[in-house]
Write a protein that binds this ligand. Structure first.
Ligand SMILES: [Zn+2]
Length: 315
């Protein structure tokens, strides 16, 4: 797909400088080093930009000592620091745990900027800022959920600028995980197959998706998921575009597939509903003119693929 990398989180060609990860501590001491901040997975944003601060900024008093080395921008090292230990005043934890947390938190040392849910701001960020924020959020999430060695159970330590954890007890090395997910534009003639999960906003339908299982190809995962969820057999499958999706650590493989049958047998354990939607109806939904149907959220690869399908840009 020619426009594949224009998807949200499609990447900005960040120089990740992997060869310098072993010297992350000395890079941090460089005067031109900059740091972006995350609080419980939410990047600090100012005017739709991810804020880059010097290491000496007073807000860093609340940052965790270990930082993630994200790479270099114009030769200057860029890090990510975690401020999750900081407790804002009057914090509403119910809102924080909602699907699209609308709340923003402001730190007294940097009151003009705010920590904002990445899903809420992702479409407004530049490709570079989106890549930095997605990378930092995914890596920090991995450290949070992989504190202990999977081989022996001892507590492991962050190494290589955050791109590894080492276990002193058994010598094990652990690396950040990325979970492959297929998401598929299944079409039959003029119609596309969409489904919805329980708890989504009323009327919202999106493309079917599911995790790739061990020992399975991307194509096989597409066919299996569509048959399991909707009872539709899929013939040829082709890859379209991918999207890192740091909620918490997925890599979405966007694929197109041709349906071999149209009758639906919905697995209600997996999805709430599925249906075929014609190109005209989907175009109305995207224009906000459909009486019932709401399209997938902007920024998600489902929205990107459906939009490309509607405008004949899947090639
Ligand atoms: Zn171990």
């Amino acid at each position: 797909m020619k426009i594949a990398e224009t998807v949200t989180f499609g990447g900005s060609g960040l120089d990740r400088a992997a060869e310098m990860r072993g010297q992350a501590d000395s890079l941090r001491a460089q005067e031109n080093a900059r740091v972006i901040l995350l609080w419980r997975g939410k990047p600090m944003i100012l005017n739709d930009e991810v804020t880059r601060l010097p290491m000496t900024h007073p807000i860093m008093d609340d940052a965790a000592p270990a930082m993630i080395f994200l790479g270099r921008e114009d030769g200057a090292p860029v890090f990510a620091a975690d401020l999750s230990q900081w407790e804002p005043e009057g914090l509403d934890t119910d809102t924080l745990n909602s699907f699209l947390d609308p709340s923003e938190q402001r730190h007294l040392a940097m009151p003009q900027a705010a920590f904002a849910e990445l899903r809420a701001v992702m479409t407004r960020l530049s490709p570079r800022d989106a890549e930095l924020a997605a990378t930092a959020k995914a890596i920090m999430g991995w450290h949070r959920s992989h504190r202990f060695c999977a081989r022996c159970g001892a507590e492991s330590e962050m190494a290589m600028g955050g791109w590894q954890r080492n276990c002193a007890a058994c010598g094990g090395h652990h690396f950040p995980r990325t979970d492959p997910v297929v998401i598929m534009l299944i079409t039959h003639g003029n119609a596309v197959l969409v489904g919805r999960s329980p708890g989504w906003p009323e009327g919202m339908y999106s493309l079917l998706a599911g995790f790739v299982e061990p020992g399975e190809t991307i194509e096989a995962a597409v066919r299996r998921e569509v048959f399991e969820e909707a009872g539709v057999r899929v013939g040829s499958v082709r890859y379209l575009s991918s999207q890192p999706w740091p909620f918490p650590s997925s890599l979405m493989f966007g694929c197109a597939g041709d349906a071999l049958n149209t009758d639906l047998t919905i697995d209600l354990e997996e999805i709430e509903d599925a249906m075929w939607v014609t190109r005209e109806e989907m175009a109305d939904a995207f224009a906000g003119n459909h009486p019932k149907l709401l399209p997938a959220r902007k920024g998600a690869i489902a929205h990107f693929l459906l939009e490309a399908w509607l405008s004949d840009r899947l090639d």
